[in-house]
Design a protein around this ligand. Structure first.
Ligand code: 5GP
Ligand code: ZN
Length: 104
């Protein structure tokens, strides 16, 4: 997808602190962390927001949660929040689905 910041990070056209990647998703540090650990887990597939999910995307979306759980453990988070912002009305600013992992 042209002009999508997260597609460019995934394609490594733009630098970011990528800490995990596999066939389905990439995880990198949020540039403006709101918690000790603040990672974004992003599917390689460009979907603007959760409400644009299509039939067949369930497995990919579930995978994001599994990766978040593993990264929370790796980062020794005692507790953590998992968040999808869906829509500009609640503060979504990047229109490529991403799961926030915010942990302490
Ligand atoms: P949203 O509000 O769309 O759910 O969250 C977007 C997140 O992306 C924000 O927490 C913001 O700090 C982060 N972000 C925005 N631009 C960049 C960037 O260029 N690099 C990284 N690593 N994170 C970014
Ligand atoms: Zn994208």
């Amino acid at each position: 997808m042209e002009d999508c910041l997260f597609c460019k990070i995934i394609d490594k056209q733009i630098n970011s602190e990528i800490i995990y990647e596999d066939d389905i998703c990439v995880a990198f540090k949020d540039i403006n962390p709101k918690s000790r650990v603040h990672l974004l887990i992003v599917p390689r597939k460009h979907i603007p927001k959760v409400s644009d999910m299509e039939e067949g995307d369930e497995k990919m979306m579930g995978h994001l949660i599994k990766v978040a759980k593993e990264l929370a453990e790796k980062n020794e988070c005692k507790g953590y929040q998992l968040l999808f912002n869906v829509g500009k009305e609640v503060g979504q600013i990047i229109f490529h689905v991403h799961l926030h992992l915010m942990g302490r």
